[in-house]
Every structure is written in C-alpha cells, then in structure tokens.
Design a binder for this molecule. Structure first.
Ligand SMILES: Cc1ncc(COP(=O)(O)O)c(C=O)c1O
Length: 365
C-alpha cells in the first residue's frame, strides 16, 4: 500500500549546490548568506527591513519584547486568537507578558474583533492577529482599534509567506511588525527559521539589538544592552535561499492542490472547506467534518496521514484558566472538527486524487 505523509518539505540540486558552496566558503555562522536572504525578502515583500532569526516563535518574542521595552511596560497584556499554534501565546510569555485570548471568526478561523474591545485594559500593549494558514485576519478592523487604543499590531504570519489580502498587500507587512516561519511544513523552509519584517526604524533597531546581545552588528564591540542570542546561521540561510527561488512555483502548486481537493470532494456534503479569498495562498488543506476522528483513523488504516487541527489555546493546560469551549465557541468548533489533509511539495496530482478517493470511500461505507 502506498504511504502518503502529511506535509513534507522537498529540496533539490539548487539547495544542494548552495549548501555545499557555503561549506566550501567556510563561513557557517550568521554571515553573507543570511544578509543575502534578508535583502531578497525585503525586495520581495517590499518592506524596509527583514531580520532573520532562529524560528518564528523567537521572532514573535523579539517583536513583543521590543514593543514592551519601547513602551517601557513591565506588566503587560497582548491579545491573541484562540485558534493558533501555542507559539503565538508563549512568545508573549517569554517576553514577560500575559496573552489574553479572544475567539475567532467562523468564516476563516482568524481573530474575531467584535468583542475584542471588551478585553482591552490599561495593561494591553498589543494585538497579535494570526493569518491562519494563509487566510487574512481583518486588518482594517484591527488597525482602527489599534489606533483608538494606541496598540501595536504584530502579525503572526508564520504560515502566510507569499499570501496577500484582497487589497494586494502581503500579509505580515501591514502592521508594525510581521513574522514568518521557515519551519519544515511551511511554503519554503530552512528546517527551522523565522523572518521578522518591519518598516519602522525604531522597532527595527530594537529588535536587531535584542537578537544579537544588544548590538547592531558583530563589528560593534561595546554592547549597548545585554540582549539575547537569536541569530541565524549561513548553512540554514543557504537552504532558505535555494527554497526562496521556488516560492512562486510553490504558491501556484498550493493553489492547484487546494483546487484539486475542492473539486474532487465537491459532492461529499459531509466535508466543507474554508472559502479562499483573492490573493490568499492556502498553506494546508483544512476541512471541517463531524466525523473527524473516524475519518483520520480510516485514512491512517490506508497509510494516509492526515492531521487533526491544533487544540485551541484554551484547551492546553497552560491557558485553561482563560475559559472553556463555551467562552470560545467558534475556535472550539473548528479545533474539534477540522483536519488537515496531506498536501505540499512532496505530493503529485495522483496522490491528491488517491487521498480524495479514500475520503469518498469512507463516506460511501
Ligand atoms: C500560527 C503559528 N505561529 C507561530 C508558529 C511558530 O513557528 P516556529 O515553529 O517557526 O517557531 C507556528 C508554527 O507552525 C504557527 O503555525
């Protein structure tokens, strides 16, 4: 029986050559390749600054920490959506703050701003909307609230590199700071890795210093502050540079895979998809069904490895004091009923058809 894994990365000769080049150049610390990657990202996203770091969690941490330090706040809160990977909330805690959880929209699983105002206190310094797997959060609504209450928007675009909103803006480039992940199940990967982008000079400098022991570059020998060591390395940057060349074809591929699943499963009424808006790139294939566990088990018996959606934040022990399934009904519903079908660069059209056939078979039985 053929085995179909959930989202896996793919590399080829391009990455092989550039990684070997770096080995021969003998500069494996953070150096010219990381800088090259930063410049490429800046050009691509049309932002003033890109800073590469160890992973997106570190990127979110640096952004929140910079915000708190710039605002000179020691006890602070940052609003996050319930439906996300744990990292969105833990990054706030790393920075010394408290994440405050709000529910999400049924239409696309991103932060619901309707009752968000009720959660703003005098300690709130920011909001972290998550562009859930390439689907845009309501940035217009959030920008209005941010202006009214003087809050900083840090976009968690971990799974949204290359995705745009309906106005054509790249997700992650709209708020004060945006963060992308280069982890292995993302559109492009360096194994682990994070990209921070901003157009703001003050946040850029603060984040850059915090990331590298309080200095702006390793030519600076007097450290202005203690900071952290969350720098990158040129071997990983080489991988990311090779992958970066594939970004446009990967976008096309992800759209085609989603379209294929959508049309092949169109008549399976037990399964529903989130709508995809113009410009959005669907990183994973999330479908909702009332029979999730049974379907995942059935696929597994057929050597197809689908994944259940993240448990919503409030379902995880560290955050269960913030509410329950009644407090966050929409995130709970999505979290309890969504699954991710296999997709990504390792899969061919026949693989997707094979998975779709097995889903159909499950519902025929
Ligand atoms: C929404 C979201 N935020 C943050 C992260 C953390 O990214 P990283 O694994 O690069 O730290 C992830 C990881 O997948 C994520 O999905």
């Amino acid at each position: 029986m053929k085995r179909i894994n959930w989202y896996e990365p793919r590399f080829d000769k391009e990455e092989e050559k550039i990684v070997l080049d770096v080995i021969h150049e003998n500069y494996v610390n953070e150096g010219p390749r990381t800088k090259e990657l930063e410049r490429k990202i800046e050009n691509y996203l049309e932002v003033k600054h890109a800073i590469i770091t160890t992973n997106a969690t570190a990127g979110l941490f640096l952004a929140v920490k910079a915000d708190a330090e710039i605002k000179k706040k020691k006890n602070f809160e940052v609003i996050v959506p319930d439906l996300t990977m744990l990292a969105t909330a833990t990054a706030v805690e790393w920075a010394g703050g408290t994440p405050i959880i709000v529910d999400v929209n049924p239409s696309n699983g991103t932060m619901n701003i309707q009752n968000l105002e009720d959660r703003i206190t005098e300690d709130t310094i920011g909001i972290i909307p998550v562009h859930t797997l390439g689907r845009a959060a309501d940035m217009d609504g959030l920008e209005k609230l941010a202006k009214k209450y003087d809050l900083t928007i840090i976009e968690d675009a971990a799974g949204a590199l290359g995705s745009r909103d309906v106005n054509g803006n790249y997700l992650g480039t709209i708020g004060k700071v945006g963060v992308y992940s280069l982890q292995s199940n993302k559109i492009i990967t360096s194994g682990q890795g994070g990209i921070i982008v901003t157009n703001d000079e003050e946040y850029f400098e603060k984040i850059k210093r915090l990331r590298d022991f309080g200095r702006l570059s390793n030519k600076e020998f007097l450290h202005q502050e203690a900071g952290y060591n969350l720098k990158f390395n040129d071997l990983s940057a080489a991988l990311a540079l090779g992958q970066f060349e594939k970004l446009e074809t990967r976008k096309k591929m992800l759209l085609e895979q989603r379209e294929q699943y959508f049309s092949e499963l169109e008549n399976v009424k037990e399964v529903s998809f989130f709508p995809l808006m113009k410009g959005e790139i669907p990183l994973w294939i999330d479908v909702m069904t009332q029979d999730r566990t049974l379907l995942v088990d059935y696929l597994k018996k057929n050597e197809i490895y689908a994944r259940e959606c993240w448990p919503a934040l409030h379902m995880n022990p560290p955050y269960k004091n913030q509410g329950n399934d009644h407090t966050f009904p929409v995130a709970s519903d999505i979290s309890n009923n969504a699954l991710w079908l296999p997709n990504g660069p390792a899969l061919a059209k026949e693989d997707i058809s094979y998975v779709a056939d097995k889903v159909k078979e499950f519902y025929r039985k």
